[in-house]
Design a protein. Structure first.
Length: 149
């Protein structure tokens, strides 16, 4: 166990490993990085490269991302035409329950306006008899900045 680990009373043991509350230097650095990039879909490699100066390995990034995904603090997704997994930080202010739109050219992710998301979900429910799970949905397209280029 690392010297800088902080263990809370809410921690649980799964398979002999301490989960959720095991707050290492690596986890804190990754969370800080994700918090600085809430509107981006990033690969584990991109995160590891950005955190290399803090001596955080790719395997540590994957290990922490798996735990954060289980805690519903990050979402893993795939982009069309890519075999890589992309991660988005969901614990950022305003992300919970928001319908996300991601630009296929620049990779920036936006929140759809709540009123538009509600209209979209209502239209799907009425015309398609389909209930949208906005928390797990990302719409892919081209943002206005990239469209103008």
């Amino acid at each position: 166990m690392e010297n800088d680990a902080i263990i809370s009373a809410n921690d649980s043991h799964i398979g002999g490993r301490l989960m959720s509350g095991y707050n290492t230097k690596q986890r804190r650095a990754l969370l800080a990085f994700l918090g600085e990039h809430p509107d981006e879909l990033l690969t584990a490699r991109q995160m590891a490269d950005a955190l290399a100066e803090k001596q955080i390995s790719l395997s540590a990034v994957y290990r922490n991302l798996a735990q954060l995904e289980a805690e519903e603090k990050v979402r893993r997704s795939a982009k069309s035409g890519s075999h890589e997994a992309f991660y988005q930080y969901l614990d950022a202010k305003g992300c919970k329950g928001a319908l996300h739109m991601s630009c296929i050219k620049c990779g920036k992710t936006f929140h759809m306006a709540d009123s538009n998301a509600a209209l979209f979900a209502k239209h799907l429910a009425q015309s398609e008899q389909f209930t949208l799970d906005a928390a797990d949905t990302i719409l892919y397209g081209t943002c206005s900045d990239c469209k103008e280029k």
